[in-house]
Design a protein around this ligand. Structure first.
Ligand code: HEC
Length: 161
């Protein structure tokens, strides 16, 4: 087919019109999507952002995020375990040394933590505990972790009293 100047011009006009349409649609969609309509920020690994934000769902989300991010250091030291997962828990061992039995070494057994304390340690770190960026533990996940660790519970039974 021989290309004439007219076909080239028609093609150019059509392309320009199409581009204008795309630009108009983009401008419209940007203008009509208010930022406050976005769901709360979420971490990409640990939870389903569509889950309802009721208390049990929040605690469950906190538990999942805790297992993903904190458990590896703050879990229970398995009695008589051979080296490997569960044998050495840096956080549990450090807290056992810090409190010398006056508080439970396993974070999940503590009943004295407040959300502010949990959030402070997670965002700032302490000793060999790393701090966690918002891209690693989102604010929403941290709220859930704090709610999980500070959930109302009966204090653990003390045998020596
Ligand atoms: C790499 C191991 C590691 C990870 C992962 C870790 N921690 Fe820690 N955490 C520690 C250590 C070790 C300490 C004790 C630090 C010290 O003695 O200064 C600690 C201390 C804490 C304390 C202070 C408790 C107290 O009474 O002093 C809190 C709260 C805490 N961690 C929460 C968390 C949470 C929540 C997560 C998960 C988001 C987490 N940690 C992940 C190692 C870890």
């Amino acid at each position: 087919m021989v290309r004439t100047g007219a076909t080239v011009r028609t093609g150019t006009v059509a392309r320009t019109a199409a581009l204008a349409c795309v630009a108009a649609v983009l401008a419209l969609s940007l203008a009509s999507s208010p930022a406050e309509a976005q769901p709360p920020t979420s971490s990409w690994t640990t939870f389903d952002p569509r889950a309802p934000r009721s208390a049990p769902a929040l605690l469950r989300r906190g538990e999942i995020a805790y297992e993903a991010r904190c458990q590896l250091c703050h879990g229970r030291v398995a009695p008589g375990a051979t080296p490997g997962f569960g044998a050495r828990m840096a956080g549990t061992e450090a807290l056992a040394a810090k409190y010398r039995g006056t508080k439970p070494a396993v974070l999940e057994d503590r009943t004295d933590l407040t959300p502010l304390v949990v959030k402070y340690y997670v965002r700032h770190g302490s000793g060999i505990m790393p701090f966690f960026r918002k891209t690693e533990v989102s604010d929403a996940d941290l709220d859930a972790i704090a709610a999980y660790l500070c959930r109302p519970r009966a204090p653990p039974a003390r045998s020596a009293r």
